[in-house]
Ligand binder design. Sequence first.
Ligand code: ADP
Length: 476
Amino acid sequence: MKLKNNIKSTRFKTTLWYSGLFLLLEVTIGLTVYLYLKQSLETDLNHSLSKQADMIYNFVEESKVDLSSFEPDSVYSSPDELVYDLIFEAVALNPRNSYVQVELNDKMLFKTQNLVDQNIPFPNISQDKIVIRDIQNNNLSDYPIRVAYLKKNNYEITVAYPSHLIDDTLGSLTEIYIIIAPLFFILSILGGSFISAGALSRMDKITKKTDEITTKNLNEKIPGEEFNDEYGRLALTMNRMIKRIKTSLDYMNQFSIAASHELKTPLTILRGEIEVTLRHPKVSEQYREILKSNYEEVLRLINIVDRLFLISRFDNDRVSVNKKRVNLYSYLEKTLGALEYLSSEKNNPLELEIEDNIEVELDPDLMLQVFTNLIDNAIKYGYEDEPIKVKACRQNNKIKIAVINRGEGIPSEDTSRIFDRFYRVESSRSRKTGGTGLGLSIVNSIIKLHNGEIHVISEPGKETEFYFLLDSPVNH
Ligand code: ADP
């Protein structure tokens, strides 16, 4: 199992891939060098044989000695000695131990000592030409011999060299290569494995730590985010993800704590009332009173559950907006009419101030919820006998709608938080307003679904204004 995992690991694959690549490169370079060297050694040999033959001819030619009618004298007893002197430079100084023959009119004038009693037959070739051939002469060598033949002015010059010496050179090279190449290959495997192990051990650390992270230790971090490379970025991205999960989880925890707290209050009241009622029998009027109070708490519970349900639908994007184009005056007049019943409790008449002919696109049902919550708050937290104003006007390219009341208002330190779920200003908590702290959060979500934003301006003891801006509909 471990072996199977090792074989599947990126480390193994990377090492295998690079080593394979290296091997391919090694073989390609080896082959190229071999072929190039073979080619250049052959060219070099051909070139030097031709050059030597040419030089020999030039030496005998330039000497102007008439070799065809050689007569022995006190200096040279044979033409061989004379020719040797003439071509000394071309033969003795030649680094290669080549075979040389010089013939004139088919008569052998000179041949090097290494030919002893051998002759290399001169083929029938055209004048002034150098011909290069490989011949097999077992008396001279077991291997082929490379020969350059030059025929010029009755001279026949032969220069030869055993071509297997090239193969010997290449053979030595191949031997060295065969020893060195596997060494390099093994080194490349070890090096590749070492390098990838170094890089991938960081990956292993990330995997191990990620495996350890649960909801209990979301404060911990994946190591290595300080490095500015792929692994560093991976660690950073994962840490950001963990942070997001932690925020959501914290939020869900707070939400469930707050929700159970809110649900607990009416349930505790209900339980208390029922317990007291059951302790002693009561007259029917008393039962009526208790049931009335029970009923109010049940309504409060239903209200909380409804709102929680609505909020969870917002959170899961399950609320669809069905916008309709409406005349704002008609819409508001109808909506405020429907909410008139709220105003009687503390004598707060609803007043509408609106510019003419404003058209707007909104979801009438969702917006009814917005106005219900805002007007309900304005009444709950406002002074008695004061009107509640709903104002609507055009502002730049938008439509501004505001709900204004006079009352104690909202302290400036609370204004940024009143749209949070379950947040209630301290003074409202103690007061028996029956709030849940969810109303403005719902309002905020609905306005956002209409691409708007809600704001509050409050002067404690004077006016509190909640306003939002909606897009003006585009005229087609
Ligand atoms: P609640 O159910 O408590 O009314 P909301 O989310 O509707 O919850 O409001 C949050 C808090 O904002 C309220 O508890 C109250 O303290 C404050 N608030 C809202 N509207 C007004 C207002 N018109 N005047 C003063 N305070 C307000």
